[in-house]
Design a binder for this molecule. Structure first.
Ligand code: SF4
Ligand code: SF4
Ligand code: FES
Length: 216
């Protein structure tokens, strides 16, 4: 398929999503929830908006490329929607970056800087209940307070590893990642592969051997 992104001619195979075609062509699009191997993207983070001429704004992780398509990644509408989506993610995220196990490698921080978005204090509806991190597993910790609900850990555990240990629990503002019946991970059928930790874009899942991070 031949099409263009920001005026640059791009080629991609039929069915490829715009996000991956853009990244392959060296064009940056913020993204936090998409996994390339996943057959169907779930479009949770809403950061990857692009505008298609004659069509309007779409999430690029869910939209396949089309012959002759003209895609724009930097229009006023795209910028506004991406920034709003980032603000909503940040609104209930504890910005404890100095002590975070993901410090130096945090995808949330990377895209926050890319979009030039600041933490929107006025969007916080009320202080969120602080949840106890699950430290039961010998290899890794799940800190639900840092979770941005991207769903990547669920996908790898369910679809790639077929262990089916993790899922979303509760609804709305209380939604979180959980094992079946909310049991500690050590009491779940977890096989300790660590794939969920590797895909987590923030410090919500981290290996214990990186735990000793001191404040700078
Ligand atoms: S480490 Fe456990 S919870 Fe994580 S993907 Fe593997 S089996 Fe699932
Ligand atoms: S724990 Fe990490 S990978 Fe899993 S949903 Fe939360 S942010 Fe995403
Ligand atoms: S990467 Fe497209 S919605 Fe998250």
């Amino acid at each position: 398929m031949d099409f263009s992104i920001d005026g640059k001619k791009v080629k991609a195979k039929k069915g490829e999503k715009i996000l991956w075609a853009a990244l392959d062509a060296g064009i940056e699009i913020p993204h936090l929830c998409a996994i390339r191997e996943a057959e169907n993207a779930w479009g949770a983070c809403r950061l990857c908006f692009v505008e298609i001429e004659g069509r309007g704004v779409v999430t690029s992780c869910t939209e396949p490329v089309g012959e002759g398509m003209m895609v724009h990644t930097d229009t006023e509408r795209v910028q506004r929607l991406r920034k709003r989506a980032m603000e909503l993610i940040l609104a209930d995220h504890p910005m404890e970056c100095k002590t975070c196990p993901k410090r130096g490698d945090c995808e949330l921080l990377k895209w926050m800087k890319f979009l030039k978005v600041k933490v929107p204090k006025n969007l916080r509806p009320f202080p969120k209940e602080r949840l106890e991190p699950d430290e039961s597993h010998p290899l890794f910790v799940l800190d639900p307070n840092k979770c941005i609900l991207c769903g990547k850990c669920i996908w790898v555990c369910k679809e790639k590893i077929r262990a089916d240990v993790l899922d979303f629990a509760y609804r709305g503002y209380n939604m979180r990642i959980s094992t079946f019946l909310g049991k500690p991970i050590a009491q779940s059928p977890c096989i300790g592969c660590g794939e969920c930790v590797k895909v987590c874009p923030v410090g919500a899942l981290y290996f214990k051997d990186k735990e000793e991070i001191k404040e700078v």
